[in-house]
Ligand binder design. Structure first.
Ligand code: NAD
Length: 489
């Protein structure tokens, strides 16, 4: 069997089914059919992976000069690119996302995450201070960055390779060892990365993978493991809360990248073509399953009707279909379970008084795709600001559009949420853009763009959207311990 048919754990440089004897099915979101099995890890598999990671920290990996470590991570990126088609196939099998999207975003960014952080560690300075002392000779202080240790990486299913390597890249660049627990929905690209690590010669135990679920399974056992030094998590806010409780024992540090209910703000002086194109992407890319996606769109009243009508036209042009079809602009949701959740919000929106501009139901698909998790891309208007569909993250291909009259009003509306991840502001008046961007309570504010990422910059959310920032030097701060050395002269 190939790794796509049977996903195994990767522990201490070896693929293993583990000893739990438990497996679960990997189901295609496109057809609903079984495409393989995944071995489920429990306490023994987690123990073995943590032990391997701890040993590797004190082995060859721990003594590698930084430049050599960075070279190895470049080699990992090169090997991902060399096996681009394998990664593409695995990612598409798991997620059903359009091939164009995975080949332009998920796989290249998955590889880039190793290069960018390998280069960064070599170039980021640490602080140093001269201190005056009464004897006049003084003292010099300087910081030394050291690996934090064994890092647990808990990743989600929406951008599986990209979001996992976004954490593994800086963790390894900083000299740590990792155990990844990928989402149970998307085990394949993480498994394949194990092969890459062996090909490149990354020492055994540096990169480990244990498959499984969250509660009473690999995720819970890993995050509760006392020999894990820090936990980096991307996923739902309520899962983050549970993981924080585990991390409290032993005062282990957490980095949390969680949910969002992001606002798009469209001013009447925007470039309408750009605002429509950007909002179509931000609301519907990856079938709306992007944490940074726009589920609330606020449009200045003079252009409200035109905006709604043009966004609707954009949605009418979208073609749902299988990944390989070059015409496909949208794939299915990740699973039947997630489809039920999204469909329940479509129903709720109508009960809460929404007007359905387009969509709101299940699309008619050809027979071979009928078992997939398909939903229609949907636009609502007319909801009141306290509706649950305005307050709760839906994580599907849906947005609600509401009019606003003043800058002050729209800032208040955008901030009236428990989340604080991202916003996209559309205006040709750059003074206004700067003024508004800094007043939105989010970690990421885009002006006249969306998801345009410079990996050297901070990434993360405020309020219920997360704790801490990763990206650039911020990632290195989480993944390393700083020792201040004070030398009396
Ligand atoms: P999820 O929280 O259900 O699962 C994420 C991971 O946590 C999975 O690997 C899962 O198995 C694991 N997990 C679940 N319960 C656990 C537990 N008790 N202990 C340990 N691990 C556990 O999230 P999801 O459905 O995979 O992803 C979608 C969510 O992720 C959305 O809310 C989205 O906004 C968020 N997200 C945030 C970002 C960001 O950068 N802020 C990026 C992508 C996705």
């Amino acid at each position: 069997m190939t790794f796509t048919q049977e996903a195994m754990h990767f522990i201490n440089g070896e693929f293993t089914p583990g000893t739990s004897g438990r497996t679960f099915d990997n189901i295609s979101p496109v057809t609903g059919r079984k495409i393989g099995i995944v071995h489920e890890g429990l306490q023994p598999e987690v123990d073995a992976a943590v032990k391997a990671a701890r040993a590797a920290l004190h082995g060859e990996w721990g003594y590698l000069p930084m430049a050599h470590r960075a070279e190895m991570l470049h080699a990992v990126a090169d090997e991902i690119n060399r096996r681009f088609d394998d990664f593409l196939e695995a990612e598409i099998l798991d997620t059903g996302k359009p091939k164009g999207l995975a080949s332009h975003v998920d796989i290249p960014r998955g590889a880039a995450n190793f290069k960018i952080f390998a280069d960064l560690v070599k170039n980021v300075p640490t602080e140093s201070f001269m201190l005056d002392t009464p004897d006049g000779f003084g003292a010099v202080n300087y910081g030394v960055r050291k690996p934090k240790g064994v890092i647990a990486v808990i990743s989600p299913w929406n951008l599986p390779l990209l979001l996992m390597t976004w954490k593994v890249g800086p963790a390894l660049a900083s000299g740590n060892t990792v155990i990844v627990k990928p989402s149970e929905e998307t085990p394949l690209t993480t498994t394949l990365l194990g092969e890459v690590m062996n090909t490149v010669g990354i020492p055994k135990g540096v990169f480990n993978v244990v498959h499984g679920f969250g509660p009473d399974s690999a995720g819970a056992y890993l995050t509760a493991h006392p020999d894990v030094d820090a936990i980096t998590f991307t996923g739902e806010t309520r899962t983050g809360e549970i993981i924080m409780q585990s991390a409290a024992k032993g005062l282990r540090q957490v980095s949390m990248e969680c949910g969002g209910k992001n606002a798009g703000i469209v001013f009447a002086d925007c470039d309408m073509d750009k605002a429509i194109e950007g909002t179509l992407r931000s609301a519907f890319a990856n079938c709306g399953q992007v944490c940074l996606g726009t589920e609330r769109v606020y449009v200045e009243r003079p252009i409200f009707d035109e905006f709604v009508s043009r966004l609707k036209q954009g949605v009418e042009m979208m073609k749902l279909g299988p990944s390989e079809d070059p015409e496909t602009s949208m794939g299915p949701l990740i699973s039947q379970e997630h489809k039920s959740k999204v469909m329940s919000y479509y129903k709720l929106a109508v009960e809460e008084g929404a007007t359905v501009v387009i969509g709101g139901g299940e699309p008619e698909m050809p027979d071979e795709l009928k078992g997939g998790a398909w939903v229609e891309p949907t636009i609502f208007t007319g909801l009141s600001e306290d509706a649950r569909c305005i307050k709760e993250e839906i994580f599907g291909p849906v947005c609600h559009i509401a009019p606003f009259d003043t800058e002050e009003e729209v800032i208040k509306l955008a901030n009236d949420t428990k989340y604080g991840l991202a916003t996209a502001i559309w205006t040709e008046n750059l003074t206004k853009a700067h003024r508004v961007a800094r007043q939105i309570d989010v970690g990421l504010a885009w002006v006249n763009s969306w998801f345009l990422r410079d990996l050297r910059t901070a990434f993360g959310g405020s309020k219920h959207s997360g704790i801490g920032r990763e990206g650039g030097v911020h990632g290195l701060e989480f993944y390393s311990e700083l020792t201040n050395v004070c030398v009396k002269l």
